[in-house]
Design a protein around this ligand. Structure first.
Ligand code: F6R
Length: 644
């Protein structure tokens, strides 16, 4: 019934196939957001055409190939990720009004859909889908038709200022209808609507779901994120909470819920189309794994002032506030949360501030102790993860300051936080996160070093030393990548495995969790990550002859830690495990206990995760490829989890 989904819209002033092309191109780049079904509506001077198909976008393309001429001056499209209701053609978007004139796409959840559906049914509306979205299309059609009639079912009529006049006043009427509907529906939504009477006009609205406007020459765009139109324009506008948008080929009007025009914030889309394409790689995931040296280097770039002090231009929290911080809480989900777990080791060590790391969805329901002195760090690639958004809202209500570590400028999390530290990983399209993880660790390390500088925990030369060593990481990642073939061979040999265990200690523990997550999500193999020290407290019972165990070994320059992990390898080996070991160049102490060793260059302990995770990413990617699975779009998942 509800969806996370990708949404694209395009308007121009003349009928042509441009709208179809732009929307289909945009959907292809947003397909990572959902891929259960897809659809497009094209509006032309002769009417509205809707084409939908179940499954991947290719199926929709095949339908379009037989659909005849789809020239139009406006189009809206949708790629869906459903959690309730089958991915059927009827449930796919766009949804259509009973007269077929009004079309609508939606991302989010309408929480009062059932009540509205019952009352619309009582009025005689027939429903053809199980979706909450269909309620909205009928409401919108009803309000559009009632526009000229006396009275407003919603209590008051709001005039939307600045809407361009079209011959029949359709834009104004649709905008007023959308405003009424926005006040009527509960939940989260991005809505894009188009009417056959004015096919060059899209009316959109958003509440807690993403929407960005792209500005073109004689044409304009709408998208769930800027990837939807990055190949056509770099000029974009952010749409705020509860705002309504009217877009024509030449005008963009944004209004608040009271109909007052607002000046949207400008956004420059700094990634190019190439960064959003596969660029010769067989999968986005492989491309993104190989982009990590650049993602880390770009995230590190331009962070020092002329005197060598770390400056974070985006960080809008005054230094005196940062000095009073007595606790940090990192909130995130999935891979981003594992990056947070890695960051904890560094930040506590450098800044002597207690750091908690909490899954965003657990944080909110726990009544956490958060005060004005708590610094909350929200880590998110997409910047749209609803669980993380709700966690930061909760934290800010308690008076905490929130720093967002996000990869998507202009995203909801970046807008709703007090400060933003951008990871410059470029667009991450593969559903399984790779370059975002290493960029997130890098960014949180910069944040930790900045705090250490501001709070006086470290001298400038010490910070410089840490930064210099961090600057060597991109080159070391290149080295690890150049050794990928051993990892690939091993992965291919293990394609039939049904269970893999990952072990790590200290910063190696979150890396073990991340390695296991990668294998689960793209290779569908049951995988578990454990703290190596926990082994004897239970998990060792799982070890039997032939069980594959991957162990991340710390540097021998931390002998105590190193020794303990080497003992753990021996313990599982003694019980019949096949062991794959990730160890530093020159660390021969592991050779006798490993079936295979993946080597990484020597590096300071805290930076080791940036290297040791790489073979684990390649391993999962190659294993999924060997199993002929869809590496970029694994089953049941979507890239942005925009519903709780
Ligand atoms: C795993 C993965 C997810 C995300 C998680 C948070 O490969 O991609 O676990 O890390 O859904 O997403 P963001 O970072 O967009 O908040």
């Amino acid at each position: 019934m509800f969806s996370m989904c990708g949404i694209v819209g395009h308007v121009s002033s003349e009928d042509s196939t441009r709208s179809e092309d732009v929307v289909m191109g945009g959907l292809a780049r947003l397909e990572y957001r959902g891929y259960d079904s897809a659809g497009i509506a094209v509006g032309s001077s002769t009417g509205m055409t809707v084409v939908k198909a179940v499954g991947k976008l290719e199926n929709l393309k095949a339908e379009l190939a037989t659909a005849g001429d789809l020239s139009g001056r406006g189009a809206i499209g949708h790629t869906r990720w459903a959690t309730h209701g089958q991915p059927t053609t009827a449930n796919a978007h766009p949804h259509t009004s009973l007269d077929g004139d009004l079309v609508l796409v939606h991302n989010g959840i309408i929480e009062n859909a059932q009540t509205l559906r019952t009352s619309l049914q009582a009025e005689g509306y027939k429903f053809v889908s199980d979706t909450d979205t269909e309620v909205v299309v009928h409401l919108l059609a009803r309000e559009f038709l009632a526009d000229d009639e006396e009275g407003d079912r919603f209590g008051r009529e709001v005039e939307i200022h600045g809407v361009p006049q079209d011959a029949r006043g359709t834009a104004g009427a649709l905008a007023r209808a959308m405003n009424r509907v926005m006040r009527w529906i509960d939940g989260t939504f991005t809505l894009l609507a188009m009417h056959a009477e004015a096919p060059g006009v899209i009316v959109a609205a958003r509440r807690s779901s993403p929407l960005v406007i792209g500005l073109g020459e004689g044409e304009n765009y709408l998208g769930s994120d800027a990837l939807a139109f990055c190949e056509h324009t770099h000029d974009a506008l952010e749409v705020g909470q509860d705002q309504l948008v009217v877009v024509t080929a030449t005008d963009v009007t944004v209004a608040d819920i009271d109909g007052n025009q607002v000046q949207p914030k400008k956004l420059t889309v700094d990634f190019t189309h190439d960064r959003a394409s596969k660029d010769g790689w067989p999968t986005y995931m492989e491309k993104e794994i190989h982009e990590q040296p650049r993602a880390i280097a770009d995230t590190l770039a331009d962070r020092l002032d002329s005197e060598g002090y770390l400056t974070l231009d985006e960080l809008r929290i005054p230094a005196q506030v940062l000095r009073t911080v007595d606790k940090m809480v990192i909130v995130a989900c999935g891979t981003a949360a594992y990056a947070g777990q890695v960051a904890r080791y560094a930040i506590e060590h450098w800044c002597r501030i207690p750091v908690e790391v909490e899954l965003a969805h657990e944080f909110r329901y726990r009544d956490p102790v958060v005060t004005e002195k708590t610094l909350v760090v929200a880590i998110s690639q997409s910047g749209e993860t609803m669980d993380t958004i709700m966690a930061i809202r909760h934290a800010r209500e308690q008076g905490a300051k929130v720093v967002a570590v996000v990869n998507t400028p202009g995203s909801t999390i970046s807008r709703e936080s007090d400060a933003v530290l951008l990871t410059h990983a470029g667009p991450e399209i593969a559903v399984a996160s790779t370059k975002a993880f290493t960029a997130q660790i890098t960014a949180t390390y910069i944040l930790g070093l900045y705090l250490a500088q501001v709070r006086g925990n470290k001298f400038i030369d010490e910070i410089q030393d840490y930064l210099d060593k961090l600057a060597e990481i991109p080159h070391k990642v290149e080295t690890v990548l150049s050794r990928a073939e051993t990892v690939r061979q091993t992965a291919r040999m293990l394609a039939q495995e049904t269970s893999v265990i990952y072990l790590g200690r200290h910063v190696g523990f979150p890396v073990a969790l991340e390695g296991a997550l990668k294998l689960k999500e793209i290779a569908y193999i049951h995988a578990e990550g454990f703290a190596a020290g926990e082994l004897k407290h239970g998990p060792i019972a799982l070890i039997e002859d032939g069980q594959v165990v991957i162990i991340i070994v710390p540097t021998p320059r931390r002998p105590q830690l190193h020794r303990k992990v080497v003992s753990n390898i021996q313990e599982v080996r003694a019980r019949g495990a096949r062991t794959i070991v990730i160890a530093e160049d020159g660390d021969n102490s592991v050779d006798d206990y490993a079936d295979v060793v993946f080597r990484v260059p020597p590096t300071p302990t805290l930076y080791a995760p940036l290297l040791s995770v790489i073979p684990l990413q390649i391993f999962a990617c190659e294993l999924a490829t060997a199993k002929e699975l869809d590496v970029d779009q694994p089953r049941n998942l979507a890239k942005s989890v925009t519903v709780e």
